[in-house]
Design a binder for this molecule. Sequence first.
Ligand code: FE
Length: 228
Amino acid sequence: MDDQRISRRDSLLKLGGLLAGAATLGGWKTASEAGAGPAGVASGEIACVLAPEATEGPFYLDDARVRRNITEGRPGTPLMLRLKVVDASSCRAIRNAAVDVWHCDAGGAYSGTGGEADERFLRGVQRTDAKGLAVFRTIYPGWYPGRTVHVHVMVHVAGNVVHTGQLYFPDALTDRVFRRAPYRRRPGRTTRNAADSIYRNGGRLSTLALRRSRPGYVGSITMGIQRA
Ligand code: FE
């Protein structure tokens, strides 16, 4: 592995106070209803502000491709990710944020971290549109020892990393997906959400809302971020 390609942005974790959420537009109070700004955030009345920062983990590569479809033909249950970025102070959509995602394949492997250093499957970057939305076409992640199923996410606004987090899946749905090919070739995942040390730190609020969309699923979440 080429360690120099892995960015360790530990200092960014100090930005803290993160804020990723599973709220939907229909359920929000507007900032004016809830009391905008830090007070509204602290009181929990601004519903778009949710989860804490999470570690980026060891497998981030900072040269991910700008593209919507990140599958590169990796087999798995199709998953559309709809990730919305809003300003945590106002719940307003943030346009042109760069959203960076990466996750392991159905066999639990990350691209670019093993023998094939130039592989980049299941990694990509998209810019948010006027509604704050970044969309990716991917597959349901597999699992690797010691971690529950997750997708890593990093949000950049105006060149600054403003959020590093992880997105989670309901265990019952993961169980269902993992009973099918290709996941079933590798049974016995070690760790479910409740037993995951990173999930425990606000993971419930970073859990994707999933709905069936044959032949796969659509996973959605709103991430309230604080601009750097
Ligand atoms: Fe990971």
